[in-house]
Design a protein. Structure first.
Length: 236
């Protein structure tokens, strides 16, 4: 996970609480906390998240700074950094996501995105009014996945998870036999199994709906992961 320039600035201002650091692409010179600095020997670049003490205390990335500042090991430094920057799932901070699922409203306006990490772990984030990523969806609308397509479709496949919804969508299925030119969409709910929201139901009024639940089986089983739960039906 890559920190933003704003998160770099937040970190350095938290650790150097008596100094303000401008969020610019240039180096900012401030006083170094690692020696009795009266001249401003520390250069910080919040865009890159790097620092250097020109008096000889050292240089490096934001993790190097935290380990020295807190006199801690790598694991503790990760936890400290995640706490300062508002990252809820600290253990995910060290990994790159293997998939990213974007959620939008009916008009296609971006709402938030879900990041999937190895081991089937997830994190969510949305941008605040200042354009900075916030890893908290407390005040963000939880819409259906691929909602703009659902609104336009006459046939909708409800899957167990974004990954399966993307797979079904990639099949470019034709419509219901009675209307082969109709549009087909695949979707899922944000919260997962057993957490369907009542506000989702009106989007399926008048549409043919097929539900594909998660078909969990032992690892050695060769049976398909998805099975048909219900035959196409029209919701009224």
């Amino acid at each position: 996970m890559t920190l933003t320039a704003e998160q770099h600035r937040l970190y350095f201002e938290t650790r150097l609480s008596d100094q303000r650091i401008a969020a610019t692409g240039r180096d900012v010179t401030i006083r170094c906390p690692f020696h009795d600095d009266r001249r401003g020997s520390l250069s910080v670049n919040v865009e890159k998240g790097v620092w250097k003490c020109h008096a000889g205390c050292g240089q490096g990335g934001i993790m190097d700074f935290e380990k020295r500042f807190s006199n801690c090991d790598q694991a503790k430094a990760w936890a400290n950094l995640a706490g300062i920057c508002g990252i809820k799932d600290e253990h995910l901070f060290r990994q790159q996501p293997e998939a990213l699922y974007q959620y939008a409203d009916e008009d296609g306006t971006f709402l938030f995105e879900k990041l999937r990490y190895p081991g089937k772990k997830f994190s969510q984030r949305a941008k605040g009014v200042d354009g900075v990523w916030r890893y908290n969806l407390a005040d963000v609308r939880k819409a259906l996945y691929r909602l703009p397509e659902v609104v336009r479709a006459s046939d909708v496949m409800i899957c167990e998870g974004e990954k399966d919804a993307d797979r079904v969508s990639a099949l470019k299925l034709s419509g219901h036999p009675s209307a082969p030119q109709s549009r087909v969409a695949a979707t899922t709910n944000f919260d997962g199994a057993g957490k369907w929201r009542q506000e989702y139901s009106p989007y399926f009024t008048g549409k043919h709906v097929v539900i594909f639940p998660d078909n969990m089986r032992p690892a050695k089983s060769m049976r398909p992961r998805l099975r048909l739960l219900s035959f196409p039906m029209r919701v009224t």
